[in-house]
Design a protein around this ligand. Structure first.
Ligand code: HEM
Length: 393
């Protein structure tokens, strides 16, 4: 087969308008081809499901080791972070907490997390009115993830701001990235100076990271970046998934009725929330050789945006992709990525999401929400506020 250059598109995914409503631009990218060049940024973008998934499954061709962001400063600052490595370094880092996040270990957390979800939802239902983002979606993962990592109480109030910035810092050069980069540095300094082994809770994941370094399994310089990866990745992602769940169930009450009538639909419903509103919009890869993508050439050294959120709404893969359907069971979505870098915390994220949905299904018959406020972030799509009234069961 002869190859031709990938078609170029002159569009900007990072204006306010695009960040608030990226769907028409993703559609344009998907319609243009299996891969396109975004001429303004001089990067490539993949928006169709089949190509995104295939690329994520081929780390030797699509490498993470040159960074997963769109600017050199962030890619340099995150060098050696688990998400920005290839094997064998990647496997060493991933091995450190693999056992702690395995299905068997996550199951052991089930009773505690379900109890926390029931208590939190119970308190909010008593109030009747609350903000889903700040009172429900943030509180829950924040306490769980930070307790698991074993962070001291002091400084926890800033962790969310830092985690949000750590994602946004990987956008293209510009004022938003300039504002986020110093906060990414602040997070690393906090972890290095305040989350020291003596300050981390005994038996915590944070301690396990330092123990792995003491045992010579990873370099001691890897401890802070590894903690940073889990703190950053484990918060905004789950927070947005929970906020989006309430927003969608308020908008589609018949879908909420379906879940309340059949709790067996909860795993499918949580997947559907992640498919239709993927919290992580993209990460990048860099090609290690010339690649033929469906007859289009992607030269060696190309930085390619893997548009998870677009792939999850690709009409080639999902019939009627804009329709929210809790019975769809889209288990093969790429909201958690796929392949070697596929989300290390997805078992925990699912346990959190399912526990909240179970607790809500026990207590709430209807959600009414005001206008959702969007938080602008260059990598993560989510809400900053969602005024909510609930009708108790
Ligand atoms: C709904 C919630 C979540 C979503 C949507 C999500 C999404 C993702 C995605 C898309 C990736 C792939 C990165 C890539 O392709 O380069 C990833 C990786 C990762 N996630 Fe998650 N995540 C979630 C929750 C969590 C939680 C709760 C934790 C841990 C406490 C976590 C820890 C990680 C880590 C450490 C990686 C890097 C894995 C590697 O590079 O091997 N995530 N996540």
């Amino acid at each position: 087969m002869t190859t031709s250059p990938a078609p170029a598109l002159d569009l900007d995914l990072f204006t306010d308008e695009a960040l608030l409503d990226p769907w028409p631009l993703y559609q344009q990218i998907r319609d243009t081809g299996p891969v396109c060049r975004l001429s303004r940024l001089n990067v490539w973008a993949m928006g169709r499901y089949a190509q995104v998934r295939a690329a994520l499954g081929d780390w030797e061709t699509y490498s993470s080791a040159s960074g997963i962001g769109l600017n050199d400063v962030a890619n340099e600052a995150t060098r050696g972070l688990i998400i920005a490595t290839d094997p064998p370094e990647h496997d060493r880092l991933r091995g450190v907490l693999a056992e702690r996040l395995s299905p068997r270990e996550i199951r052991k957390l089930g009773d505690d997390i379900r109890r926390r979800a029931a208590e939190l939802v119970g308190d909010l239902v008593e109030k009747g009115e609350f903000d889903t983002v700040t009172d429900l979606a943030q509180d829950f993962p924040l306490s769980i993830v930070l307790d698991l990592i074993g962070l001291p109480q002091d400084g926890r109030d800033k962790v969310l701001t830092w985690a949000d910035a750590a994602f946004s810092a990987s956008g293209p050069e510009g004022p938003r990235t300039d504002a986020a980069l110093p906060l990414l540095q602040d997070q690393l300094v906090y972890l290095a100076t305040r989350a020291t082994p003596d300050q981390l809770a005994p038996g915590s994941m944070g301690r396990a990271i330092y123990e792995a370094a003491e045992a010579g399994k990873i370099a001691s310089e890897s401890c802070v970046p590894l903690m940073s990866a889990y703190v950053t990745a484990g918060l905004d992602t789950t927070i947005n998934a929970i906020s989006n769940a309430v927003w969608y169930f308020a908008t589609y009450p018949d879908q909420w009725d379906a879940v309340r009538e059949d709790r067996g639909l909860i795993p499918s419903a949580f997947n559907e929330i992640l498919r239709i509103e993927s919290p992580v919009q993209f990460f990048c890869r860099v090609t290690t050789r010339d690649v033929d993508v469906e007859g289009m050439v992607l030269p060696e050294g190309s930085r390619v945006m893997m548009l998870y959120a677009s792939a999850n709404r690709d009409e080639r893969r999902w019939p009627d992709p804009q329709r929210f359907d809790v019975r769809r069971n889209p288990a093969e979505h790429v909201a958690f990525g796929y392949g070697m870098h596929g989300c290390a915390g997805q078992g925990l994220a699912r346990l959190e999401g399912h526990s909240i949905l179970e607790a809500l299904a026990d207590r709430v018959t209807r959600f009414e929400v005001g206008t959702p406020q969007r938080r602008i972030n260059q990598l993560i799509r989510g809400l900053s506020a969602l005024p909510t009234t609930v009708h108790a069961a």
